[in-house]
Design a protein around this ligand. Structure first.
Ligand code: F0G
Length: 478
């Protein structure tokens, strides 16, 4: 695939940290084989996440300088409110420090003990807030979403029959809202179609159930709709984003994704009474309802970022860079989640490391190995991320065991993507040397952030020279 030129030029750059293989090996041991625990000055290309790591535009930086830092009634809040109304069409917003702040308020607002929240695959923080509020998340995504090799164009779609069956089984009064993500992160950044969301909306309306969207990456979702959905080729990304939002009652937003900000988020609601209640809650957990958890300058930057995020050329360049990396990896035979998603390329660790059992954490092992090979940081999105079922205490054992290579927006060039593909290919050639990990520190909530591991045996592919030097102080001797 030929990648069209980016619709921007670069005027500020940062040097990339450089490390030796030996230093990286020492770093991953110290980090307990968890890429979240690496210091960023030991990371050369940081593809841990596309969240808060994006390059802001000149306009956004200008907005940072004129942000209104008034405690109450800041003009920057008004700008944010206007941007949300213009682009997404929601009537009211409650600003929060980031997406999970909005998820927390939403869960506290709507979920009662014993409630069930259907959704198109779980997301880590989203599900945890639902559970902490007394609810149970129930996955109603189409089965193809769990199959990495399926090339279904809308793997974020809801299985409408499964949704109807769930509503019939537990009764609509136990379902406070449908939790619908666009795109679906844990499925590989996969989109939901407009057609499917319309069907979801119709089912919800039949039973007077609210639809709440996760709009962190809705512009990417809209781009896929423009490219793939019959009848949508002539629509702008901005128009499709609006159509999606119009099919919902509200949204949780992490402004660290599409709007390219380093921090920020909000809860958007159309119902004025719910908004009033959300205002009562936000002052407890985030801050006054005209800043939530955000400084005025960030509200200004988010407002500008929202408008910029729905520009067709911007979003095309972004998604095509992700596709470019996908193509490079596929040509070297790396098993991926297909089609390649909107914000990252997801390696299928089960097929990459078929000899490592699921509870020896194949994806965690692979992310650590790629780091040691090249200083490229990726993230596990599999059994560690999924955590444990609070009712049974067992691992959730998700069908997808993935390593996510997330690409920050406007930060790296395609030459960096080539370096990533080369590193993954090198690890693939030595995959037999990887033997899996054992978890030695397991936090109770969102364990993937801070869990620590040790190798089941010597696991990381190192050059023989480094192995000789490393064995004296490597994890094997711990
Ligand atoms: N929803 C989705 C779909 C997300 O991907 C995230 C964060 C959140 C909600 C929570 O937002 O981080 O601002 O509190 N995803 C990041 C990631 C952490 O790396 O995928 P937050």
């Amino acid at each position: 695939m030929r990648c069209r030129a980016e619709p921007y030029r670069i005027k500020m750059v940062e040097p990339l940290p450089r490390t030796t293989e030996e230093e990286r090996h020492a770093c991953i041991v110290t980090a307990g084989y968890n890429t979240f625990l690496l210091p960023s000055n030991a990371v050369t290309i940081d593809l841990l996440t596309d969240s808060g790591t994006n390059a802001m535009s000149a306009q956004q930086w200008a907005g940072m300088m004129v942000g209104d830092e008034a405690y109450a009634g800041a003009v920057s809040f008004t700008h944010l409110e206007e941007a949300v109304r213009d682009v997404y069409g929601y009537r009211h917003i409650v600003p929060t420090h980031q997406g999970r702040g909005a998820e927390h308020i939403l869960a506290k607002l709507l979920i009662k003990n014993g409630d069930v929240i259907p959704g198109n695959m779980y997301f880590t923080t989203t599900r945890l807030h639902q559970e902490l509020a007394g609810g149970t998340f129930c996955d109603v995504i189409i089965p193809a979403a769990h199959v990495p090799t399926s090339t279904h164009p809308f793997k974020g779609d809801v299985d409408i029959a499964a949704l109807r069956a769930l509503i019939a089984e537990c009764g609509p009064q136990r379902i406070p809202y449908l939790s619908i993500a666009a795109t679906v992160n844990m499925a590989g950044g996969q989109p939901i179609s407009l057609r499917n969301l319309r069907e979801v909306r119709a089912v919800a309306q039949d039973h007077r159930i609210r639809v709440i969207l996760d709009i962190a990456r809705i512009a990417e979702n809209a781009f896929f709709i423009q490219q793939r959905e019959p009848g949508c080729a002539g629509k702008t990304v901005r128009a499709i984003v609006r159509e999606l939002c119009d099919l919902s009652d509200g949204a949780a937003m992490s402004a660290k994704k599409d709007p390219c900000c380093n921090i920020g988020g909000f809860l958007a609601l159309n119902d004025p009474l719910l908004y009033e209640e959300a205002c009562r809650l936000v002052v407890i957990y985030e801050g006054l309802h005209t800043y939530g958890g955000m400084a005025g300058r960030y509200m200004e930057a988010v407002a500008i970022g929202i408008r910029e995020s729905v520009d067709d050329d911007h979003i095309r360049a972004r998604v095509e860079q992700v596709a470019y990396l996908g193509d490079q990896l596929r040509t070297t035979g790396i098993p991926l989640v297909l089609p390649v998603g909107g914000h990252g390329v997801y390696i299928d660790a089960k097929r990459f490391l078929p000899h490592i059992p699921h509870d020896a954490f194949p994806a965690q092992t692979l992310a650590a190995a790629v780091y040691v090979d090249s200083g490229i940081r990726t993230m596990e999105r599999g059994i560690v991320s999924a955590g444990r079922n609070p009712a049974t205490g067992d691992h959730y054992y998700p069908k997808l065991e993935l390593v996510r290579i997330a690409i920050p927006r406007r930060v790296y060039t395609n030459a960096h993507m080539d370096a990533v593909a080369e590193s993954v290919a090198r690890v693939f050639a030595q995959r037999e040397d990887l033997h899996g990990l054992q978890m030695i520190v397991e936090p109770k909530y969102l364990r993937f952030f801070q869990a620590r591991f040790k190798p089941l045996s010597f696991t990381l592919p190192l050059s023989s020279e480094t192995q000789t030097r490393a064995t004296g102080h490597s994890s094997r001797t711990r």
